[in-house]
Design a binder for this molecule. Structure first.
Ligand code: HEM
Length: 392
């Protein structure tokens, strides 16, 4: 018998990291990290950037095996601290350069492209759906738009979409997951390949010197190894997390019957903003982020020893209950530089897809979600045409 409440559960209800972090993470993670769930403490930790630094932002979530480290070292894989993992004046100098590429005016200027490109993709998809096909919007839509937007905004090339997808998935799992020793080695080989591609691309892109992001960083005195490290982070932060957010929003709108309102010209803007806000609050694609205590210190009644590793809740749990979205893109000196772009991009894709594919329905109402230490999304968004049966 079906659960009588199943249809009333929200589409974000299955998000694994909406539940208590200690319950969801495996012991290899909970033994290493202290989970901080209280929003007031999280905000204070993010505010005290000298006491709690982001130096562990790009560390592997669990200890990597010596064989894995050898593969990375042989492949010249290195992620020196920069931007998200750096602190002090060096962080600020790089942040200033990167921020210029994601200014409000530059974000707004992408709106038309996102609408047109989503429209083009959806019209192609409509033909497949009309002939009774089933499509995964995670692959057909959510994976495609963010890298194209990123390439336009930074002036730096991105790999072909399938390659980028497998490289970023593998790197996410290697650094934010808990793979066993054998899997680590496979993931490390993929990370080495991605890193080598980035090294070659960064060198070529700097040489082009046409106002692109890497050339701007180079001119600002950032060394090439750090530019590669930044490119690696942006590939994940700017593309994969946005793809995951789009995936979650598409799934949520279809599941919670917001699709028609999102596609209606009169209500589309407000309905899609509402869906994206709900997803960010309850089931963001980046529901946690890390910090490490730099010194022995205290926060209210809690003591921290230098070297304590923390995982901070940014979405879900008490934040969802109180409707507080002030932490969802981080807070303070390191607040996400792509926050406005990620929101606008997700709302635009949702609104445009719902307008062009009004008869879409989920082919499965309860997808499984995948999650790592700091990321989560439905594994797929399988859809089909609502009229499939009547047409065939
Ligand atoms: C649209 C593409 C995106 C771009 C270009 C982008 C860019 C960035 C950058 C450059 C940083 C580092 C800032 C710094 O350390 O000073 C950052 C941090 C972060 N971003 Fe994004 N991001 C994007 C999408 C997203 C999405 C979709 C989410 C979540 C839903 C997200 C959540 C975060 C978080 C939690 C941090 C860490 C903040 C901290 O350390 O306090 N980002 N992002």
């Amino acid at each position: 018998m079906n659960c009588p409440y199943a249809s009333t559960l929200s589409g974000t209800a299955g998000a694994p990291l909406a539940r208590s972090l200690e319950e969801v993470f495996p012991s290899v993670v909970t033994n290493r990290y202290r989970s901080i769930e209280d929003p007031t403490k999280v905000r204070e930790i993010l505010r005290r950037a000298e006491d709690f630094t982001p130096a562990n932002a790009l560390h592997a979530a669990v200890e990597l095996a010596p064989a894995t480290l050898r593969i990375l070292a042989r492949g010249s894989f290195a992620l020196p601290p920069v931007l998200a993992s750096a602190s002090g004046p060096e962080h600020l100098a790089v942040r200033r350069v990167v921020a210029g590429f994601f200014s409000p005016a530059k974000v707004a200027a992408q709106g038309r492209f996102i609408t047109q490109r989503t429209g083009q993709l959806c019209r192609q998809l409509r033909e497949d759906l009309d002939s009774g096909g089933q499509l995964d919007l995670a692959i057909e839509l959510a994976a495609v738009i963010p890298p194209e937007v990123m390439a336009r905004m930074t002036g730096a090339p991105v790999p072909p979409v399938e390659k980028l997808k497998s490289w970023s998935r593998d790197s996410l799992e290697l650094f934010w997951g808990w793979p066993d020793v054998h899997r680590q080695q496979k993931l490390a080989r993929s990370a080495v390949e991605y890193h080598a591609w980035l090294r070659a691309t960064v060198a070529e892109t700097i040489a082009r010197d046409d106002g692109n992001l890497y050339a701007a960083l180079h001119k600002a005195g950032v060394d090439v190894k750090r530019i590669v490290s930044l490119a690696y982070f942006l590939g994940i932060a700017g593309q994969e997390t946005t793809s995951m957010l789009i995936q979650s929003a598409l799934f949520s709108a279809l599941h919670d019957r917001d699709w028609a309102d999102c596609g209606d010209p009169a209500t589309g803007e407000s309905a899609s903003a509402r869906v994206v806000q709900r997803v960010l609050l309850e089931a963001s694609s980046v529901p946690t982020w890390r910090r490490i205590a730099q010194f022995d210190t205290e926060l209210g009644d809690e003591r921290f020893a230098a070297g304590d590793e923390l995982v901070l809740r940014l979405s879900g749990g008490p934040l969802a209950e109180s409707g507080d979205d002030s932490l969802v893109f981080g807070y303070g000196l390191h607040r996400c530089l792509g926050a406005a772009l990620a929101r606008m991009e997700t709302e635009t894709v949702l609104r445009t897809a719902a307008a062009i594919l009004p008869h879409l329905k989920l082919a499965e109402s309860k997808p499984s979600w995948s999650h790592l230490l700091s990321f989560q999304a439905p594994v797929a968004v399988p859809t089909r045409h609502a009229h499939e049966r009547t047409q065939s």
